[in-house]
Design a binder for this molecule. Structure first.
Ligand SMILES: [Zn+2]
Length: 388
């Protein structure tokens, strides 16, 4: 794949019609999976002979494979084609406050290798950086994925990130720009983005937001953030920090937020808030994931806490709906498995606060991708960058 991209670039201008067609056909397959020649021609507005020639060229270059016949109501079963999954790989890295997750995905965005460590501490800058640098080198060696087939590495990191300059402002600041430091370590292109924004990118390409133009994605996890999809594009804001929904002022509760302010929404709606509330009620400290797992036993107190949290989240989302007029709100993050339970209270909360006409036009959906949204977003980010 890397070789093909080089070849496209060497064979004249990137803007030449043929190069554009090759890239467009690959992009179409990356997002849509197996397709027939008729579907390629329709999507790319090509004649059947031109489309057939293009697909044949991609087969000759081993970029495409014949993926069998598709069942058809008309009786004639068209041959479908898909990307050869083993010609390129993407590495997705999720760096959270206390965990690191690494996935290697093939070109059909299937996970071929994964690693997770829950004792990671991003606040220990040097230790965290050295662990990451070493772990990627080890994983690439042990995964049997040829290094020259890795198209890029996307780092999803919590906190303020400027993806254009590659700078992470909240964590690993010492290694600024983080993308440059890590490219020097690994010799592979590196991209970074805020974790919530990468999840939204995954949802836009492969999840509930696919084909939608105006969506608010909510990442309800240890913290709380949103990503705004406007006119089909992720809105980054002037400095790339848009979506700090958890830090809007919500109430006069005097609770100090991780950002240093008092009364942020995140102090009442987030995994961290759940840990605090639980500790006050039971005088016991538990990680929020363990508290959430008590929903399986039908814990009534936990249900009441989550209902109240859902309503508060809905109240604040009502304001967001009034400002952005989205067609859909997607609830994702580590709370995804309990979000169906919270949906009623979220809708109740935002129906009370938003303008009726805007609320009536906006659906609330639960992420279908769950924890994989961030990895699929990483896949999209890298493939969009290398095929731009
Ligand atoms: Zn805050």
């Amino acid at each position: 794949m890397r070789a093909l991209l080089k070849e496209i670039e060497q064979n004249g201008s990137n803007r030449s019609r043929k190069n554009q067609m090759l890239r467009q056909a690959i992009k179409f397959s990356l997002h849509e999976g197996e397709k027939s020649i008729t579907e390629f021609c329709k999507h790319m507005r090509l004649s059947v002979p031109t489309g057939t020639k293009l697909v044949q060229e991609l087969i000759d270059k081993k970029i495409f494979l014949e993926a069998g016949k598709r069942d058809s109501a008309s009786g004639r079963k068209p041959t479908v084609f898909d990307l050869n999954p083993s010609i390129g790989y993407v590495i997705g890295v999720e760096l959270l406050l206390n965990s690191i997750r690494i996935n290697i995905l093939n070109l059909r965005h299937e996970v071929v290798f994964e690693f997770k460590n829950d004792s990671f501490d991003i606040s220990k800058e040097d230790e965290a950086y050295r662990f990451l640098a070493k772990k990627i080198r080890e994983l690439v060696q042990s995964s049997a994925v040829p290094r020259d087939k890795i198209l890029g590495i996307a780092i999803a990191i919590t906190g303020r990130v400027d993806s254009k300059s590659g700078i992470s402002y909240t964590y690993l600041q010492r290694y600024s720009p983080l993308t440059v430091s890590l490219e020097n370590e690994w010799g592979i292109p590196v991209f970074i983005e805020n974790d919530t924004r990468l999840m939204a990118l995954g949802e836009r390409r492969f999840g509930m937001a696919k084909g939608k133009s105006d969506v608010i994605f909510v990442n309800l996890s240890q913290g709380l953030g949103i990503s705004i999809i406007s006119n089909g594009l992720i809105h980054g804001g002037h400095s790339g920090f848009a979506g700090e929904f958890g830090h809007i002022h919500a109430l006069e509760n005097q609770r100090i937020c991780v950002c240093g302010k008092k009364g942020c929404l995140e102090t009442v709606v987030s995994g961290l808030a759940l840990e605090e509330i639980y500790k006050e009620r039971y005088n016991m400290s538990l990680p929020y994931e363990q508290i959430l797992s008590k929903m399986e036993t039908g814990d009534k107190v936990l249900k009441a806490i989550l209902s109240s949290m859902g309503e508060q989240l809905g109240n604040s989302l009502g304001t967001v709906v009034d400002i952005f007029n989205p067609e859909m709100i997607v609830i994702g993050g580590s709370f995804t498995h309990v979000a169906e339970f919270m949906k009623y209270s979220i809708i109740k909360g935002f129906s009370l606060q938003g303008l009726p006409q805007l609320i009536a036009d906006c659906e609330v959906e639960i992420s279908s991708l769950g924890g994989q949204a961030v990895m699929l977003g990483s896949f999209s980010l890298v493939t969009e960058k290398v095929l731009k």
